[in-house]
Design a protein around this ligand. Sequence first.
Ligand code: DAH
Length: 341
Amino acid sequence: MLDQLEALRQKAVADLEASGDTAALNAWNATYLGRQDGALTAILRGLKDVPGDQRKIVGQRANAIKVELEELLAARRSALAAGELARALQAERIDVTLPGRAEPRGGLHPITQTIRDICAVFAEMGFHTVEGPEVETDYYNFQALNIPADHPARDMQDTFWIVPGQLLLRTQTSPNQIRIMEQTRPPVRAVVPGKVYRNEATDATHEAMFHQIEGLLIDKTTTMRDLRGCLERFAHAIFDPASKVRFRPSYFPFTEPSAEVDVTCIVCRGAGCRVCKYSGWVEIGGSGMVHPQVLRNVNYDPAVYRGFAFGIGVERIAMMRYGINEIRLFSQNDLRFLSQF
Ligand code: DAH
């Protein structure tokens, strides 16, 4: 009987050492000390059947073993807990001597940069920068600009309608000429940057959304020479002090006379290259003297006031400045492209 007890004790001690977590310790407790069917409990319970002379010796030894195993269990439990704590602390340790992780820095989109640079040049010439709505009415986008419903000029600007015939995504920044003049009296000097929309098939140089900057100057003695002077000043600041500006006769319903604006090709400086199709010139927008009917539409007296307007394409200018040959890069939000600016 005593031998049996000693063997049980040895096995219990060995098992305890092999138990590595709380679940194993609970199982061990049930196996040896469990009130229901613990091995040692069973022996203690069976003492009454042991012959009287042995009962005392076996009983004392069994109780001693029980106390010992309980103490060993308690010790093992706290050792495990301490180990877990140490591991957790180790895992959560922070090395305060490591250098910090730098946050990536954001930057301004190349179109935003170009718009700001252009507006800054015009600000030096006294032009305010203002903005207008991207959802426009037919009146501001077309009618007030001398483009009635049946005018063929509408075909040039395939329109995204919101309410057909009434509400649209503006096809040009020109409606802001009307908005500005309705709100102020001359002299007027303003530039209006912003997004415009046309229902066009996209390719390397066309997008359904792009940016324009509208310019408007109204005063009493304004001439086309003033227009030319302002555009030259702009070209010198944005492209090259040697840039030249060229007017080509054109037609816009809201200007008379009207001109297409070309600047010296920045890539070949006028010598001729693929970018300028070997002409030495690149078109950047349209311009002209504000049509008398447009002035009348905002209750400006065309006998007293005259002025010029222009609209330039921002993408075109950014593409020339940065040597980009694919307009869609601007709206694809690819960081490999954007982080270069
Ligand atoms: N709004 C015209 C377009 O998008 C460009 C333009 C031409 C603007 C002549 C003007 C202007 O202000 O005078 O095609």
